[in-house]
Design a protein around this ligand. Structure first.
Ligand code: SF4
Ligand code: SF4
Length: 380
């Protein structure tokens, strides 16, 4: 028998208080009584091939569109958001050094990485906290399942329905206070927690994300062609980066925040810069555990000589780890091709001649980088 509605409303407020205590920035709930809205939009997006090589998007499509079927008996899903620009609460055991930024004596930056990747893997960090939410709900008779990108769940669409924000022209969830910077986690529960009301779309006439996109991946109607998106090409995509798009990636080594940074919603969280400055490579010591793995990265051309063990030592426990060494070398070649100097050419030549077997695509990218550097630096 289900708990009385008033009890469930009170429980929801307990969850909200716990979410704040755990360092979440946004919380909302939605019912699982109806399938997701806009299912035809997702189907059309897949039919158009906009998902590129992410074939896993096609699998479990019915489950994605009908999240209630994922966890039989679930009656509500609770959504939790963490502003990726904000440090976890002090003393939580989740502290991470801030990303390296430009300092007075720093030279020009040589690469950029997505904000969320500049620290420990957020999936584990958020999942650990969601377990505490599950424990609270279990004490009130619920059965729960927590997901942080670990199940075929359309977390962004559920978050829109739970009132955390609206889906902007960037296709991202836009929260009125945290803009497009929320990292999401979800808890499915058998308790009928009362739903929140969705917010209206407040993009208005703004098109800043479209103007900021380096590759023209956004169509302005709320669709993203992942095959053109720098975040997809440098993270999800495992193959060759199309030559025509390589110059447009500029210094983006892992992911892309351009459409997030352009969004006028989100402002400046307390104690943090509104924009994370691009980073520069610096000679230095290996990254400390949980430190920003990019913060002490050696000059990019030196990473071309990395072994699998070197790559793992640097990125274990971070979102970059799943890119793998071949993906890293490929991306580094593209960035060097766009921003490098002749000093990088010997390392690129060595890589072109002796890339590891797993990185069979890389020599072509290294040769491309050499030709781009020579074209820039050879007197006409
Ligand atoms: S992540 Fe970058 S490339 Fe992708 S849509 Fe946003 S701005 Fe464009
Ligand atoms: S940049 Fe403008 S159009 Fe794009 S998501 Fe933000 S508010 Fe909407």
């Amino acid at each position: 028998m289900s708990a009385p509605t008033a009890d469930l409303a009170a429980l929801k407020e307990q969850v909200r208080a716990l979410a704040t205590e755990l360092g979440f920035d946004a919380f909302g709930a939605t019912s699982l009584s109806a399938p997701l809205e806009n299912s035809e939009k997702l189907t059309g997006w897949l039919d158009a091939g906009f998902h590129g090589t992410m074939s896993w998007m096609e699998r479990n499509l019915a489950l994605r569109l009908s999240p209630g079927d994922l966890f039989p008996g679930a009656r509500a899903v609770l959504l939790f958001g963490e502003d990726s620009r904000r440090r976890p609460p002090a003393g939580s055991g989740q502290d991470e050094p801030r990303p390296a930024g430009r300092t007075a004596e720093a030279p020009a930056p040589s690469f950029r990485a997505a904000r969320y990747a500049q620290g420990r893997d957020y999936h584990k960090r958020i999942h650990g906290r969601l377990r505490q939410v599950c424990a609270l709900l279990a004490r009130h008779g619920g059965m729960q399942r927590a997901c942080v990108d670990t199940a075929p769940v359309m977390e962004k669409l559920l978050a829109v329905r739970a009132g955390l924000g609206w889906q902007g022209r960037s296709t991202l969830l836009v929260h009125p206070r945290h803009g497009p910077w929320l990292l999401l986690g979800a808890v499915f529960t058998t308790l009928a927690i009362p739903p929140d009301t969705p917010l209206p779309n407040r993009c208005g006439t703004c098109r800043r994300c479209l103007d900021a996109c380096p590759t023209g991946a956004l169509d302005g109607e709320g669709a993203l062609d992942a095959r053109r998106c720098a975040a997809y090409l440098t993270i999800e995509h495992k193959g060759e980066i199309p030559e025509a798009l390589r110059p447009r990636l500029g210094d983006r080594l892992f992911g892309c925040d351009s459409c997030l940074e352009a969004c006028p919603w989100g402002g400046k969280p307390p104690g943090q810069p509104a924009r994370v400055p691009p980073m520069q490579a610096s000679p230095g010591t290996p990254a400390a555990p949980r430190a920003n793995p990019f913060g002490t990265l050696p000059p990019l051309h030196e990473t071309l000589a990395w072994t699998e063990a070197d790559f793992a030592a640097r990125f274990d426990g971070t979102p970059v780890r799943r890119l793998g060494l071949p993906g890293w070398l490929r991306n580094a070649c593209v960035v060097l091709g766009n921003t490098g100097t002749p000093a990088a050419i010997p390392a690129l030549r060595r890589l072109a001649g002796s890339a590891p077997p797993s990185a069979f695509l890389v020599p072509g990218h290294a040769l491309w980088a050499i030709s781009r550097i020579l074209a820039r630096h050879t007197p006409g």
